[in-house]
Design a protein around this ligand. Structure first.
Ligand SMILES: O=c1ccn([C@@H]2O[C@H](COP(=O)(O)OP(=O)(O)O[C@H]3OC[C@@H](O)[C@H](O)[C@H]3O)[C@@H](O)[C@H]2O)c(=O)[nH]1
Length: 312
């Protein structure tokens, strides 16, 4: 919008919130539509960032059929729209297409190791078939597609109940609650800050690269190291609590970003601690906001019947 583009945001608010975009409401280049992509959408656009789908494991497992419909029927609808209006479509795919990877770090030519009937399948397989659909529309109908395989991302405007590790650990540390590590904490992840991802998505959309591209920060940590780091940054005395391991939890994950560097000239620039401090600041404010804005119904005064004095 700052570059002069008109932006239409389409959201069913399943995991999103109006508050995340309220500062744009009223801007001449901005429009917000309450719509679910599982239903067809008729608008005129040049580019489609197809970001729809819950992305946090607890959210996508909450209603696996809805997650599947969003990623299959929703993707077909968006590709249909792209075909009708001649728009370019960028699919937000995921590092989860690599499943519990046997190749490390993960390169785009790795086909992945996904359990097709496990609890994560609705998302993993949903995104895999969404990629397949993109390339079918590209080959059969000539639709221009871009596919970003997004690795773990965090930042301000995440929902307090998101359930992913970054928001969980920060909120637990801020509230003096135990940091919940699933399993031994030896599993690894690499976390990128949201502004790096946004820059990567825009660069990919406007590039001529139609094959999948990893977008992530290659700095890898164990989840236990990550818990310690967040505790230290918050200055929290919280304990670390070990809970049972999540089923099919990928044990190692780290993007190989050579392709993005070479073909998009993109790489993450926000250091992990700087990004985490911004997220900590945001969640601190969210806790204050919640404390001040919770709707607590006031007890109603008992209804007194205004009786007319009766004369006997
Ligand atoms: O409270 C928690 C939450 C999570 N974890 C662990 O932390 C690791 C990361 O978990 P998250 O839920 O943040 O995210 P995951 O890596 O499992 O999935 C994510 O991967 C890439 C994205 O595309 C997806 O949006 C998201 O599904 C996992 O090993 C998980 O078991 C904890 O130890 N404690």
């Amino acid at each position: 919008m700052m570059d002069g583009h008109e932006v239409t945001v389409v959201d069913n608010f399943f995991t999103g919130r109006k508050r995340n975009v309220e500062h744009w409401i009223g801007h001449e280049n901005f429009e917000l539509i309450n719509h679910d992509v599982v239903e067809p959408l008729y608008i005129e656009v040049d580019q489609i960032y197809h970001l729809a789908s819950p992305a946090s494991p607890p959210s996508y497992m909450y209603n696996p059929i809805k997650t599947l419909k969003t990623n299959t029927i929703g993707t077909l609808n968006m590709l249909g729209l792209a075909k009708r209006v001649g728009a370019r479509l960028l699919l937000a795919s995921t590092s989860e297409v690599y499943g519990d990877p046997e190749v490390h770090p993960q390169t785009e030519d790795y086909w992945g190791h996904v359990n097709p009937i496990g609890p994560r399948a609705c998302y993993d397989e949903g995104k895999r078939v969404a990629e397949t659909m993109c390339y079918a529309y590209m080959k059969q109908e000539g639709v221009e597609v871009r596919v970003a395989r997004i690795f773990n991302t965090f930042g301000p405007r995440m929902h307090m109940n998101d359930g992913r590790v970054v928001s969980n650990f920060i909120l637990q540390a801020l509230q003096g609650e135990p940091l919940t590590v699933y399993g031994s904490g030896s599993q690894t992840r690499a976390f990128q800050y949201v502004s790096d991802l946004v820059n990567g998505l825009v660069a990919l959309m406007n590039s001529n690269v139609s094959s999948p591209v990893n977008l992530g920060n290659p700095e890898e940590h164990t989840i236990l190291e990550f818990a310690q780091l967040i505790k230290n940054l918050v200055g929290s005395g919280s304990e670390i609590q070990f809970l049972s391991e999540a089923q099919d939890d990928p044990q190692k994950r780290k993007p190989d970003i050579k392709k993005a560097k070479l073909m998009l000239g993109w790489e993450p620039v926000v250091p992990l601690e700087e990004g985490l401090n911004k997220a900590i600041h945001y969640f601190r404010k969210e806790l204050e906001y919640q404390a001040n804005n919770q709707y607590i119904p006031k007890p109603k005064p008992a209804r007194v019947k205004r009786g007319r004095t009766r004369r006997s």
